[in-house]
Design a protein around this ligand. Sequence first.
Ligand code: NAP
Length: 463
Amino acid sequence: MYRDPVPSLEAPSLQSPTAAMRPLRVGMIGIGTVGAGTFRVLARNQALIAGRAGRDIKLVVVCARSLARAMSVVGKDVALTNDPMQVATHPDVDVLVEAAGGTGPARDWVLAAIRAGKHVVTANKALLATHGNEIFAAARQHGVAVAYEGAVAVSIPIVKALREGLTANRIEWVAGIINGTTNFILSKMRDEGVGFAEALAQAQALGYAEADPTFDIEGVDAAHKISLLAANAFGMPVRFADAQVEGITRLQGLDVACAEQLGFRIKLLGVAKRRKESDVDGVELRVQPALVPAAHLLAQVNGSMNAVMVKGDAAGVTMFYGAGAGSEQTASAVIADLVDVARLDGTRAQQRVPHLGFHPEAVDEQLAVLPRAAVHTRHYLRVPVHSAQQIEAVGAWLAAQHVPVQRVELACDKALPTGSEPQVLVLTDAVAQATVDLAVHALAAHPAVAGPVVALRVELLEG
Ligand SMILES: NC(=O)c1ccc[n+]([C@@H]2O[C@H](COP(=O)([O-])OP(=O)(O)OC[C@H]3O[C@@H](n4cnc5c(N)ncnc54)[C@H](OP(=O)(O)O)[C@@H]3O)[C@@H](O)[C@H]2O)c1
């Protein structure tokens, strides 16, 4: 008579998945802040990362200009070279981590790795903002992944949140403080009442700003990041070249104080907003210093911290907060990408999370960035006048220019430097930028006006 075999009470002698699969072999170009942090965290958390990835992740070769310095970080068990192309095309490498930075040579290394069938992980937002469309197309063609969580607000897994956690949603807007250097400077200007130049000098002395801080203070770095987020949010190509970018170099301490008087704080915001109305169809993609209500969560994000808010039609408003830079903070994102690569390596490309969150045929190549004139927000205006009595004239004149004035008041003495002429402060309702630009231009010739008019956007970022 047939009997089912009696199940053995002994545990089956299966190998653990981590032992069964060969390690994911990593080649790294650059072993500076990000590269060294990645090496350290990989080494420290090796077993738990392998447990999550299903296999070990092993650094096999590193490229740096100074091999002695590289050796002092990674020791003798990792091969060293100063030829980046050797790492990019190395036969023993499954995934290239590009941690050197820059756009020209980095593009060549990344494309060479892709053509050689390697996956790529990078935290290089400048590279992806300028060459991302080309790089993602090449990766699709060669069936490899390009992962870049570290490119935006490093400690915050915002790329994953947009591509995966919020995938059910029609995203209405993404907005955030995505440059720690400028947030540090703006926090100093507000807390200590210092001007931009002094706050920048402090940021440099404390290591929060580079010796050449241009990309940060001119808003370019934030524009790189918001362009990547917009692509993931709306299913559009990376459109950094079309973004409107304004940094904080022209921001005056006087406006920080006047904003405070009105109940606002000034933050450098990256904003990506989908607009689909009867006469407008496109995306506002912009970086600018903007007034945020003092009680708003984003106004509480201080120092070098980052925060991103997303409004989805189903989830509502979500907010993500964390460090925007740092060695191990960036490593956290880079290694998360490596774990993803370890899991997806060997799968069919169609089964993976697409590079920009949408499968290529669903990316809307026609979805364009709206011109500056069409941007529609509330505004703050500061109008220097010869005498305080002219406050009413300014309000009436703006209303006549179709600027929807909501509130008008004089800057109080506390906000004004000694000897300053009176300043009329105006808050408007939402209005097209074109209307504000025309009014500001014309105000310059008004006899009541005593100096350049300042106009800044106001963002309420409501649910
Ligand atoms: N630091 C952060 O907090 C952070 C956060 C997010 C994203 N990122 C991005 O991560 C990338 C790396 O930044 P990082 O701060 O780590 O820079 P880093 O500290 O300056 O390190 C760069 C590394 O790349 C190497 N390198 C540069 N050009 C090279 C070349 N042509 N050939 C070989 N090696 C080269 C350097 O070697 P030598 O030292 O020998 O010259 C150094 O090891 C950048 O794209 C950055 O935007 C950084």
